[in-house]
Design a protein around this ligand. Structure first.
Ligand code: ZN
Length: 290
């Protein structure tokens, strides 16, 4: 039996060490990553999946068996598998939805919901370092159909900090995120902060810029509605934490696409009930609507 998705992500993150090796991709490898995310963003994987289903039904209706047509879409190596990622396809027991999981060592994990074309990208740039954000990513992926989940594959302090993919525009993670932004997919990036760094605040919402977006305001409203003390960095200087210099935010700003930088304190991240409530609130804010 396949382990629970959230537990698997927790397991990936638990193994990350600052002393482990990490290197940036070469330019040709970044180009392959752009091709990969382009396929994902254009819904090629989902369409392939749905097309197979439609064909199977059509053939059954016409008296043929489903095995009469070729199952072609996944048969050629994808750009990610050419980069050394392994690929698995499973049904999530919790949601009943199929997903593809690509695992690429220090370059990370990519999870693609195959039940519909991609609508939103969920990002976990600091697994292990920002405790529980890997669980948060898996949970939000489940709550939002059409999600693509990107998780870094190295501890942010690895390779002298080069593995901090939120501040390294040469990372594979950034190539995938930038490609998604180029396809106008909204992004939500999950972080954590220590309770003592902002006493009295549970959540900080940032767009990475000095201006608000409707999606960021909706997330704030939803978090406040469940009682989390939430500040908006474009209104409140206390919120200028990690969002500064975030390369995914800069790209999204340049392209005019939605980017939400969500930071939760440890009080919320460390409590299963509070953490779930926060993620349900984010899902209810419908970031995919832009
Ligand atoms: Zn972080």
């Amino acid at each position: 039996m396949v382990a629970d998705l959230e537990e698997r992500f927790a397991g990936f993150a638990a193994r990350l060490r600052p002393a482990a090796p990490y290197r940036d991709p070469w330019p040709a490898e970044r180009r392959l990553a752009m091709i990969a995310i382009d396929h994902i963003a254009r819904g090629h994987l989902a369409r392939g999946h749905l097309a197979r289903g439609h064909l199977a039904r059509a053939h059954t209706g016409a008296g043929h068996t489903a095995t009469n047509h070729p199952v072609a879409p996944q048969s050629t190596p994808s750009a990610l598998t050419r980069l050394g990622f392994s690929r698995g396809e499973e049904i999530d027991a919790a949601t009943g939805r199929p997903y593809a999981m690509y695992v690429g060592g220090a370059w990370g994990v990519v999870l693609v919901d195959l039940s519909m074309p991609a609508r939103v990208v969920v990002e976990v740039p600091h697994p292990n370092s920002d405790l529980r954000t890997e669980r948060m990513g898996a949970r939000l992926f489940r709550l939002v159909p059409g999600s693509v989940l990107l998780m870094a594959g190295a501890h942010r302090r690895a390779a002298g900090g080069a593995a901090d993919v939120a501040h390294n525009d040469r990372s594979l993670f950034n190539a995938l995120a930038a490609g998604a932004a180029g396809r106008r997919l909204p992004q939500v990036q999950l972080h954590g902060f220590a309770d003592r760094s902002l006493p009295g605040l549970d959540a900080v919402i940032s767009t990475g810029t000095t201006t608000a977006t409707p999606a960021a305001v909706r997330v704030t409203d939803r978090l406040r509605r469940i009682g989390l003390a939430t500040c908006q960095s474009w209104q409140d200087s206390r919120g200028r934490l990690e969002g500064i210099g975030n390369v995914q935010a800069l790209t999204a700003e340049r392209l005019g696409t939605v980017f939400i930088h969500l930071e939760l304190n440890w009080r919320v991240r460390g409590d299963e009930r509070l953490r779930s409530g926060a993620l349900e609130a984010v899902a209810a804010a419908d970031i995919a609507a832009g």
